[in-house]
Design a protein. Sequence first.
Length: 246
Amino acid sequence: MSPATVPRVLTLLAGMGMVVAGIGFIVALILNAFVFDRYNAYGEVPIPGAATLQLPAGEVTISFHTQIIGSTSGGGLPIPDLQLGIDPPAGAPEPVITESIGGTTTVNNDARVRVWVARIAEDGAYRIRTDGNVGAYLSPRLAFGHGSQWGALPWWCAAAFGLALVGLVIARIWAARVRRAPRPVPTGPPPPTFTIGDTPAAPHSYIPTEDGIRIEQLKNLAALRDCGALTDAEFESEKRRLLGGR
């Protein structure tokens, strides 16, 4: 494996990790808001009104729940002035109620927002009393339930995204150092450009024939005649001699 391969593989893995973590973060937020959030798991009480609800020990979320027409204008659901009373069963301690304003969740014309969190000491039937200035709301009520059991999942996805981002930065720095690193120069004599094998066979020598010799001599005589070194009579005499009187 070449030195440049490892940074490329790390870059690919880090990029894929960032994509998966980002998608997981968005999906986790959606699921926690619309699927895993059981905001009315223990029941609802109209405002104003009273009802008895069976509440478990532990934290119970209390949300303002109403119907809306149109949108919330991007500012969230306005929370009216509300009054809440929780009467515990006989012998049970009073619930501890803490204000905890959450974000608005809207599905079609149904909107809700968390207002309080109640810490219930013992399981039992609790008498709930509600009141408030809710004349401008449609079907206002308080919903008692619990949040998503996967509330930490978006943060795990965010942590995974951060780790993948750190890995991507490390991979790019590594790749830059590999590109800048000097490449080794080969030492020793250069490789041969040919292979020493059997000695090639000597070319066949050309042995001229008598006719070939006569032809060459006639060419020489013709050249001497053309340049004036021989007269026509001398040329004819030498020609007959070469041809053997033919």
